[in-house]
Design a protein around this ligand. Structure first.
Ligand SMILES: [Zn+2]
Length: 221
């Protein structure tokens, strides 16, 4: 773990609570630099990804959520994605599915495993805890009028895009979805997005990057 290695967890920002919300207007005004605090941007706007073989290899049935999350970069941002058949030292994102035990309840994690000399990240690892997302979907959003698989897949997309967001330079939004929604209702400014940590209600479908972040991302790339 060298200098510049960044590791974040979905659960962290949820603990920040109202204090962060009170600080939010500064962020809205564009005061937050990009890449966000403690984050490295990707080395360029071609965002390559792969599925490593061996332990944690993403099964074929699960891969559409990953390819879909990466393809979303093409439609939403100035980045574009490329699937690399065999991972190599220049691949931007290595996806794995693993049981993340620390802290409990973590749905996904990101780490830059190969920072480059320009202060950006050459290669990063994104781990997704599918069992945790499955459990969250079952326990925290039961019987909500749409198929379980729909809710599950939306939450998979949310978590994958959240971690991919780290790989391109966004940090956790330290504002809960409830506070964000209240702010949206009060001001009409939509800051809701998948960079919120932890659980997001599927009916709101915040599996997208927020209108706040997209211009920052695009200006950087
Ligand atoms: Zn995060």
């Amino acid at each position: 773990m060298g200098v510049g290695l960044t590791r974040t967890r979905l659960a962290v920002a949820a603990l920040l609570g109202l204090g962060s919300w009170l600080g939010w207007p500064g962020g809205l005004a564009g005061a937050d630099p990009f890449p966000n605090t403690d984050m490295r941007g990707a080395d360029n706007n071609q965002h390559t990804f792969c599925f490593p073989t061996g332990a944690g290899s993403v099964p074929a049935r699960s891969r559409p959520n990953y390819t879909g999350s990466m393809a979303y970069l093409d439609t939403a941002t100035a980045l574009f994605d490329t699937l690399i058949a065999t991972c190599n030292g220049n691949t931007d994102v290595l996806f794995r599915e693993v049981d993340i035990t620390n802290p409990p309840g973590t749905r996904g994690s990101y780490s830059c495993i190969s920072p480059n000399g320009a202060g950006r990240c050459e290669t990063s690892r994104v781990d997704i805890d599918v069992a945790q997302i499955f459990t969250d979907t079952a326990v925290r959003f039961p019987g909500a009028g749409q198929p379980f698989t729909d809710n599950f897949n939306i939450n998979m997309l949310k978590s994958i895009r959240h971690e991919v967001g780290h790989s391109i330079g966004t940090n956790n939004d330290g504002t809960s979805f409830i506070d964000m929604n209240n702010l949206f209702i009060a001001t009409g400014v939509d800051v809701r997005g998948c960079t919120v940590s932890g659980w997001v209600p599927t009916e709101l479908r915040w599996d997208l990057y927020s209108p706040h972040h997209i211009p920052e991302i695009n200006a950087f790339y």
